[in-house]
Design a protein around this ligand. Structure first.
Ligand code: TYC
Length: 102
């Protein structure tokens, strides 16, 4: 701070504190057992993909081992992963869904 405050330093914030949130990719991993149709359904239901987009991502995972379902802030990404893992477990498929920082 300025003079007259008995030597106490005060830093005044000038710019408004607006921070961009970190973003996270939600990824599906390939396995040999989960049916292709089930993966397409996951992508439609939890990631708002149309049939064409869902099929493209499913085939990307099937052919290359991993594919991106979407990019979200931390808590949204965490919720998507939980929803997918719970739904896969419920249907007894070994499908794996993970998140990674961009
Ligand atoms: N590889 C699976 C099969 O041949 C299909 C599959 C695709 C599984 C994507 C998981 O994330 C996945 N039935």
């Amino acid at each position: 701070g300025g003079s007259g405050n008995r030597g106490t330093s005060v830093i005044t914030r000038v710019q408004p504190k607006v921070k961009k949130p970190s973003l996270y990719r939600v990824l599906l991993l390939n396995d040999d057992y989960t049916p292709m149709e089930f993966v397409i359904h996951i992508l439609e239901r939890f990631f708002q993909k149309d049939r064409e987009g869902a099929t493209r991502i499913m085939l990307q995972v099937h052919n290359h081992g991993v594919g991106e379902c979407g990019v979200y802030t931390y808590e949204v990404a965490e919720t998507k992963v939980m929803q997918v893992m719970d739904f896969a477990k419920e249907h007894q498929h070994p499908l794996q869904c993970v998140m990674e920082k961009k």
